[in-house]
Write a protein that binds this ligand. Structure first.
Ligand code: CUA
Length: 410
């Protein structure tokens, strides 16, 4: 999560501005500190010091005007690039290479969207993130997926209190404020033109296939990655646990991911959902195996479907909590707080993933204090009751089956 390792034009602009300010203020520090140190050393009182008092000067117009002039000059040196930077990072650029029509090959895109960049609606909740892709009709949570080298326009909103979107290596920060929409743009890595400029390439070879291949290699080696983000505005009990991720991929992987998200999930046995729900209503005991048991809990006693969407499942439509489509493919759960990604190869540690699901369901109040899944005003899993009204938390076996079912959503 370093702001010094920049990947893309927005973070780079912010970094350059930061460094400019550092150099200017370092100069001031040395000039003022140097004069101060000089005076202290030269005019300090020594033993048996009989030197006369140094001449006491007041109101030297030349010095005063000079200092005012220098201050103004330094402020202007900082202010001009700051304003440029603010405008640059605020206005989503019209980059033809980033128009969705230029790189996205999926069928779902409406024609009028072809000349827009990818738009993601970011919605902050206490304490997790929803990422909606309105042009593609998909929604995911806590782990956004974006294509490398493309401008992505973000619309930032909050469901409850003020949060702040911060993806240090790529861009940040912009607040998510209840009742209004903020916007920003991000770009993981340079587009072809900017990359080419940095390489110092101009002239007739500028569109050669070899150069394009070099550019693709640059994206592959330096940009495709898994980036860490974090809510950067105090937003309540579990603010420090409100992380998110951005997976940066190439165009093909992005299109495949979109298809996966749109397709969603079938039933554990491969029957249709109508058949599954008919059995669930008439003869639930015929639905056997850990995954069916987990799904029955998901739809029934644990009440997961009240708050969570699982694409494909026609009755898992709750929108109060994170969308769980392909949650088994995510590298973390609980808004990035419980991780199961293996750093070396970027794959999922299945044992860890199971443990994380288990831990989250068992003690979500401990993992993320104050969260609504635990206490939702009479509906959270920490408030489950039996038919006599007595507390009836999920048993270990039930949590085991739910964990297996969630893990299977991939
Ligand atoms: Cu959301 Cu801090």
């Amino acid at each position: 999560m370093s702001t010094f390792v920049t990947k893309g034009p927005v973070a780079e602009t912010q970094y350059d501005l930061f460094m400019l300010t550092v150099w200017v203020t370092l100069g001031i520090f040395i000039a003022v500190g140097g004069a101060f140190a000089f005076a202290i050393i030269k005019f300090r009182e020594r033993p048996n010091d009989d030197r006369p008092m140094p001449s006491q000067g007041h109101g030297n117009p030349l010095v005063e005007i000079g200092l005012i002039g220098a201050s103004i000059l330094l402020l202007v040196i900082i202010a001009v690039p700051t304003l440029q930077g603010i405008w640059y990072t605020h206005d989503t650029p019209e980059d033809p290479e980033s128009f969705m029509g230029a790189w996205y090959s999926g069928e779902e895109l409406a024609e009028e969207e072809a000349e827009n960049p990818l738009i993601i609606k970011v919605i902050g909740y206490q304490w997790w993130w929803a990422f909606e892709y309105p042009q593609l009709g998909i929604t995911t949570a806590n782990e956004m997926v974006i294509p490398a080298g493309k401008v992505v326009h973000l619309e930032l909103r909050s469901f409850d209190v003020i949060h702040s979107f911060w993806l240090p290596r790529i861009a940040g920060k912009v607040d998510l404020i209840p009742g209004r929409t903020n916007s920003m743009w991000i770009q993981a890595g340079d587009n072809f033109l900017r990359w080419k400029d940095k390489q110092g390439v101009a002239g007739p070879e500028e569109e050669s296939p070899a150069l394009r291949a070099d550019y693709a290699a640059y994206l592959e080696e330096e940009i495709h990655n898994y980036y860490y983000g974090q809510c950067a505005e105090y937003c309540g009990d579990s603010h420090a646990r409100m992380h998110f991720r951005a997976t940066v991929v190439d165009n093909e992987e992005f299109a495949e991911w979109v298809i996966d998200e749109r397709t969603g999930h079938g039933t554990p046995d491969g029957n249709t959902w109508d058949e599954w729900y008919a059995d669930y209503a008439d003869n639930p005991d015929s639905l056997t195996g850990d995954l069916n048991e987990g799904l029955k809990l998901f739809m029934g006693r644990a009440k997961c479907a009240t708050c969570h969407v699982v694409k494909g499942n026609p009755r898992a439509l709750g929108v109060a909590g994170p969308n769980l489509t392909n949650v088994g493919s995510r590298m973390s759960i609980a808004a990035g707080w419980l991780n199961h990604r293996i750093e070396e190869d970027g794959s999922i540690d299945l044992k860890k993933q199971y443990d994380n699901f288990y831990k989250w369901i068992k003690e979500t109040d401990v993992v993320k204090p104050g969260n609504r899944m635990w206490k939702a005003g009479g509906g959270g899993i920490g408030e489950l009751i039996d038919e006599n009204g007595d507390p009836a938390l999920l048993t270990e076996d039930e949590i085991h089956k739910l964990s297996l079912y969630l893990q299977s959503l991939k």
